[in-house]
Write a protein that binds this ligand. Structure first.
Ligand SMILES: Nc1ncnc2c1ncn2[C@@H]1O[C@H](COP(=O)(O)OP(=O)(O)OP(=O)(O)O)[C@@H](O)[C@H]1O
Length: 533
């Protein structure tokens, strides 16, 4: 039974609607917003319902009547019109408290109740314990936090919103919550690896470290330039983790950009590489001597019928790859990010930020970033799979910003063969082995639809109009009116839907502002402040 301090009435139910909804009239002078939750009381039976759609109606509204026409000609009495305005609202039922009925006409609509303590909160969510839940933001129009169920985190999370809609701030807020989880009176954290596209999380390794360090024993930032402090590590990866085919496809595609690589050339390179032990890939592909030795092997293939022009094309792709590797010096058989790193991350509930911003990875192109994302994802998948098969379940979260560059839909002109397959596997197998993907994107329509359908919790910020249809079909379950409101959502508000939400139904949440969480590279200062600072 929900037993908390009740609020004043703000409206009344008039009629039952379709599919678990009711129509109600609400007072015109209250502040409301689509997606907000209300409490409905029907003779002691309590129900929580979401405002899906609403509009203001006025009793004078009938343009055909002579009275309405004179309103337009004469001086309009705004006061008089206001007095006769009400809000017509469609509310759909989200939660019922010990009953299974639909509120009858005459039921009273109220704002959500005030929650005084943990007991009230549990009774609101009908939970017996809040263990395993984190408190996220406030349900719009109330002071009630949304409880997020950590047990559903391995079912993967999508965070979507157009530029400036508040994704980075939200991700930063989520990271602070995932870094301060209280279990049995102790603070612990979800081990996390973040691919940071714009340097938005850099401060978590330095001046804002205390926001994330209480439950963590290790926090580092990986950069592709020379490290500048002791919390930075130069990133290097080990190519022996890839198959000959993956590397051949990747290297050949460097020459062809976004179009599909030449499969004959990829086959030639695969054939040569597969004659070597994978441990030799680092030397073969990242040193001048290695490339020269591959060239000799390639020349020998001429005798087996491959054309000199195909062989020349393969050599030229190898040179392109060598140039990249030399420029950023990121390949090594004693890679700085390896299985031991994952052990440290797991054991210390650590945080590794892979800085892909122009500061941490100056001039590094998307294909190199893809190779790194693919490498780390393979490492995580292998690590978690081995742990599970040896009887020890582990858990690592992987945050991928600008997800459309790594798992693009067919409409997005980026070739991501090297990342797509492993990320699909991580998404499908993650739940069993303890991987939790957080995909962040400005354009969900450009993220692979199959992967999108494997995400089970969504944070929708304001999104582009063209993305609404796509989001609705790929995610399912978002009511039409709510989906339609997405392009006009205010910054700081987010619609949370899916398995992690203790409401089990989409709802609008206000993300609280905190100056320290809000001070990061991507933060946009107002023009007045920029000019006078
Ligand atoms: N919860 C919030 N409350 C108040 N203001 C917010 C909130 N979240 C974000 N903002 C404001 O919106 C600005 C943009 O937010 P943010 O950087 O998170 O957007 P974004 O969606 O990540 O944009 P981009 O995709 O361009 O990186 C912030 O600098 C801040 O001024």
């Amino acid at each position: 039974m929900l037993s908390v301090k009740q609020m004043e009435s703000v409206g009344i139910v008039l009629q039952r609607g379709e599919n678990n909804s009711v129509y109600a009239l609400l007072k015109p002078n209250i502040d409301i917003i689509g997606g907000q939750l209300f409490l409905i009381e029907d003779e002691g039976k309590k129900t929580v319902a979401r405002l899906d759609d609403y509009f203001y109606i006025n009793e004078f509204f009938d343009e055909k009547t002579p009275f309405s026409r004179t309103l337009l000609n004469d001086k309009i009495d705004v006061e008089l019109l206001n007095m006769n305005t009400v809000i017509r609202a469609e509310l759909s039922i989200v939660k019922r408290y010990n009953h299974s009925t639909i509120p009858k006409p005459g039921s009273i609509v109220k704002f959500l109740p005030e929650i005084a303590d943990e007991k009230d909160l549990l009774s609101f969510y009908q939970l017996s314990s809040s263990q395993g839940y984190i408190k996220y933001g406030r349900l719009a129009g109330s002071k009630i936090p949304l409880l997020l169920d950590l047990n559903a985190i391995t079912m993967h999370v999508g965070i979507f919103g157009e530029t400036g809609s508040g994704k980075s701030y939200n991700m930063r807020y989520l990271i602070t919550l995932l870094s301060n989880i209280e279990i049995d009176g102790k603070i612990t954290s979800i081990p996390l690896i973040i691919f940071d596209a714009n340097g938005d999380y850099s401060d978590f390794t330095s001046f804002n470290i205390d926001l994330v360090s209480k439950g963590r024993g290790w926090i580092k930032k990986y950069v592709m330039r020379d490290p500048l402090s002791d919390y930075e590590i130069k990133l290097s990866i080990d190519l022996s983790l890839f198959t000959a085919k993956d590397l051949a496809d990747f290297i050949i595609s460097l020459k062809y950009g976004d179009i599909a690589p030449n499969s004959l050339q990829a086959n030639i390179l695969e054939q040569v590489l597969s004659q070597h032990d994978p441990q030799e890939y680092n030397w073969l592909l990242s040193t001048r001597e290695g490339i020269e030795s591959l060239k000799i092997e390639l020349q020998e293939l001429k005798n087996t019928g491959f054309s000199p022009s195909s062989i020349r094309a393969v050599v030229s792709s190898l040179e392109i790859f060598l140039n990249k590797v030399r420029k950023y010096n990121f390949v090594s058989s004693s890679s700085s990010f390896n299985e031991q790193t994952l052990d440290v991350i797991w054991n210390t509930k650590g945080l590794a930020i892979i800085d892909f911003s122009s500061d941490g990875a100056p001039g590094v192109d998307i294909s190199t970033k893809q190779l790194i994302v693919s490498y780390v994802s393979r490492l995580v998948l292998d690590y978690l799979t081995k742990a599970k098969y040896s009887g020890k379940q582990k858990l690592i979260g992987v945050v991928i910003e600008e997800a459309q560059n790594y798992i693009p839909s067919n409409d997005y002109p980026v070739n991501a063969r090297i990342t797509k397959e492993v990320l699909v596997t991580l998404a499908t197998q993650g739940r069993k082995f303890g991987a939790s993907l957080f995909l962040v994107s400005q354009r969900p329509a450009f993220v692979d639809k199959y992967v999108l359908s494997m995400l089970n919790t969504f944070f929708f910020h304001r999104i582009y109009h063209e993305d609404v249809k796509y989001v609705m079909s790929a995610t399912g379950g978002l009511p039409e009116h709510l989906a339609k409101s997405l392009p006009s959502l205010e910054t700081g508000y987010v619609i949370v839907s899916g398995l992690m939400s203790a409401l089990k139904s989409p709802a609008l949440v206000k993300i609280p502002w905190d100056d320290r969480i809000g001070s990061y590279t991507g933060y946009v200062m107002s023009i007045e402040n920029i000019l006078v600072s």
